[in-house]
Design a protein around this ligand. Sequence first.
Ligand code: HEM
Length: 349
Amino acid sequence: MVYATIKIYEILAGDLAQFGQKDFIELDNHNPPSLLILNTNLAQLILKNEVLHPDFISYWKFINNKDNQSYPAIEEYFKKTPLSLFGQDHLESRKMISNYYKLIENNLDNWIHDYTISFFSSLDSSLLHDPTSVSRSFISGVFRKLIEEELECDFNSLPELPGDLFHLFPSAHTLDAYNQKLALLLSFIEEQLTFRGKDIQDTWAIVSTAVMGSEPLYASLVFGILIDTENDELLTTEAIFNKTNPISIIQRIVAQDFVIDNYNFKKKQLLYTSPFISRMLDSENNGKDNYISPFGYGIHVCPGKKISFMIVDAFFNALKKRKNIIFDKNKISFKRDFFLRPIKNDYEI
Ligand code: HEM
């Protein structure tokens, strides 16, 4: 698995065109091998399959040699929210979360514009701003405010949001630190919901916004600030998402042996698909194919798309009106991990 992980890093950083004609790439010599699926039809069938799902916890424990370690908050999170679930459990969790996201969308519309305007007003226009820290602080501010709005209260005591989780190779330290912060946040929100006589199941939907949304939204904002356009104008949200996939790799574990399209997949085999690589191999398409949508495809397609559009729209609409906010666009590049990661001065941030 470690070998497969290193190979994926290499593939993402290398010349993708060389793989154009292949249906899949074997990522290791295990029996059965982990596969990176390149054939778009096959990738679509995989993402539509109801029993395939990501299994981040076992994967992260395995690559860190920590099979016996427990990360209770992260493990509980993946049992309650839809990403790692399949069948009836997935349907129920997805229904719960999608219903709650509709309420969040309505509420977000009431405050996101004012919040964004005051965020930009607080930036000193005489400074040359760093795109990564402005984007990071905007996204974490939005999620803090979203949690406060959902709990109908201002909290100085709201615990710190957990940060980044979805690395191909998160260190044991990253997992520990994330687990501790997530545990504090979950128990704080549960307490507050209980105190207000609300349903504590809402905890999972509320916390999932920051867990699932922080990393891709942060990358989208930095990408939108840095991208050079002919007239040096900022792109629309739609154009940003037509140009990049903040999520590079989608993982699935095979729960039981099965056959799709003459391919035999074996129990416990790891499959990776990459709408990002497909987009690169098909540059003509300009992001218009459903499969290469940044918000995913099939059973686990992103239920946070509307919320994401609202947040990115608010950011760039307010920025367009603040022409005196200037960014230092040097020394920032991107690394492809599970997610697109902005890198500053050669250090990952
Ligand atoms: C630029 C922003 C975002 C992008 C590009 C994005 C992309 C994706 C993708 C590709 C998936 C499918 C993963 C898979 O098939 O394994 C997904 C799933 C998911 N996303 Fe997003 N997402 C974004 C923001 C958000 C936000 C803000 C939220 C919450 C409000 C969210 C909540 C979720 C959830 C809960 C799932 C799992 C759905 C399921 O398993 O049925 N996402 N996202």
